[in-house]
Design a protein around this ligand. Structure first.
Ligand code: HEC
Length: 412
């Protein structure tokens, strides 16, 4: 029933949280786990990059006292797989991801047994506690996209979406092979997206939008208002650097500008922001990548339903390699399943069980997936409309819905 699209993706998004939970505590270990021996190494590797002093999480998890105080919340969030935050299933049943933040079932059982036993401390280690795993960084920085000025979000808007037309000053085409977003004020940055402008006409439009409004940039809630721009960079807080799969990259054109769309959320205050994006570049790449989407756009979600599924399918228009994806729904979404029929067989492309609107971003497959011309792709999104009194349909607004998988792909 749903109309489908396979077009260059223009992404926009908003706020709020929805999550399903899976009650899947695997069998508990025989010995009662202790903090120092069993739990601290798990927290160091999987939690402390965000849960440290000054990190993006609201509390730290760096010592025994932190962990003891929050043991029950840790047990609940790890068992439900809402923490560490990663919306795609990384269990191996439907692919695994290079950026996958994921605890094994055994680790979850260990944490649960420890919390249930009253969070025992155990013997402190002789040497230093396990070192936290650092967020990913770039191996080199070739260029920085800089706002070059500050912007203070509009006090009248709780969520201020602002678009800035920025000139990277390129004398020749280059390819982005990795990026690292450095927010000016991390607590205010909900997410950002950098788009490439490819033609002088688009650039003139972007500049007229900018000129039509006082202040730096133009307001662009939900839509950047310049059609056919290309996605280059997208990130929320806590993502660290993202490096694209070896041999692939996204083109930036000589002489052309970019549009940086930032969603500022003023929950934690309002300050002047100047955000920067470090880029890793190559002069050429063996395979130029593109971001294209499959979407179910004719959404019709009746109210007061615990579970509504919406699907769409479409033929694959060329031979492609899928390197990764970014699933996208709004706040009613709970799950997503993307699959393809390839040479008569069903391939699972993505499974989302714990959709959380706050955690947006690309993840790359550990093993890329080839699809052929004539294969069929199918996307199914699941929603919970119990909190709604009226029918919800497709739209850009936060209270509308979407059902999209953006794929990072190359053509073969
Ligand atoms: C990528 C960053 C990041 C990582 C990694 C991370 N957290 Fe969080 N965590 C957050 C943020 C941000 C919040 C607050 C907002 C939210 O709940 O999404 C949070 C909230 C929580 C909460 C509060 C309740 C809840 O579920 O919202 C608990 C408990 C928690 N984290 C535990 C953990 C544990 C345990 C780990 C590791 C196994 C972990 N977190 C890994 C960022 C992170």
């Amino acid at each position: 029933m749903a109309r489908t699209q396979w077009i260059l993706g223009t992404i926009s998004m908003f706020s709020l949280l929805a999550c399903g939970s899976k009650d899947d505590e695997a069998s508990a270990p025989l010995r009662i786990p202790t903090y120092h021996e069993d739990v601290a190494p798990i927290l160091a590797e999987h939690c402390q990059s965000c849960h440290e002093k000054g990190g993006i999480a609201p509390f730290s998890l760096v010592d025994y006292e932190d962990a003891r105080r929050t043991a029950e919340a840790i047990r609940i969030s790890t068992t439900a797989r809402t923490m560490p935050p990663f919306v795609l299933d990384n269990s191996g049943e439907c692919n695994t991801y290079v950026e996958g933040r994921w605890l094994s079932d055994a680790q979850i059982a260990t944490v649960a047994a420890w919390a249930r036993a009253g969070a025992p401390e155990g013997e402190p280690p002789k040497g230093a506690p396990p070192a936290p795993k650092a967020l990913a960084s770039l191996d080199r920085i070739d260029m920085t996209i800089d706002m070059k000025d500050t912007y203070t979000p509009d006090a009248a808007k709780f969520d201020d979406y602002r678009c800035f037309v920025l000139d990277p000053g390129l004398a020749e085409d280059v390819f982005i092979t990795g990026f690292h977003v450095r927010p000016g004020v991390a607590s205010m940055l909900h997410h950002l997206t950098l788009f490439s402008i490819d033609t002088p006409e688009q650039e003139a439009l972007a500049e007229s939008l900018d000129a039509a409004e006082p202040g730096f940039g133009y307001s662009c809630i939900d839509d950047i208002h310049v059609p056919n721009t290309r996605w280059l960079v997208g990130a929320g807080p806590g993502s660290g650097a993202l490096t694209f799969p070896e041999g692939t990259g996204l083109r930036m054109r000589a002489g052309r500008k970019t549009i940086l769309q930032i969603h500022y959320n003023q929950e934690n205050g309002r300050e002047a922001d100047r955000t920067q994006i470090d880029l890793r570049l190559e002069k050429s790449v063996p395979k130029e990548a593109a971001v294209r989407r499959i979407a179910a756009t004719s959404l019709l979600l009746p109210p007061r339903q615990p579970k509504v599924d919406q699907s769409a399918s479409q033929p694959v228009p060329m031979n492609v390699t899928l390197w990764g994806l970014w699933p996208h729904m709004h706040k009613l979404g709970t799950g997503m399943h993307v699959s393809a029929t390839h040479e008569g067989e069903e391939k699972c492309l993505a499974q989302v069980n714990n959709w959380d609107f706050h955690w947006q971003g690309f993840a790359h497959y550990t093993k890329p997936i080839d699809l052929s011309w004539g294969d069929t792709m199918r996307i199914t999104c699941t929603y919970d409309t119990l909190g709604r009194d009226t029918t919800t349909t497709w739209g850009q607004g936060t209270n509308d819905e979407m059902c999209i998988a953006f794929f990072y792909l190359t053509e073969n």
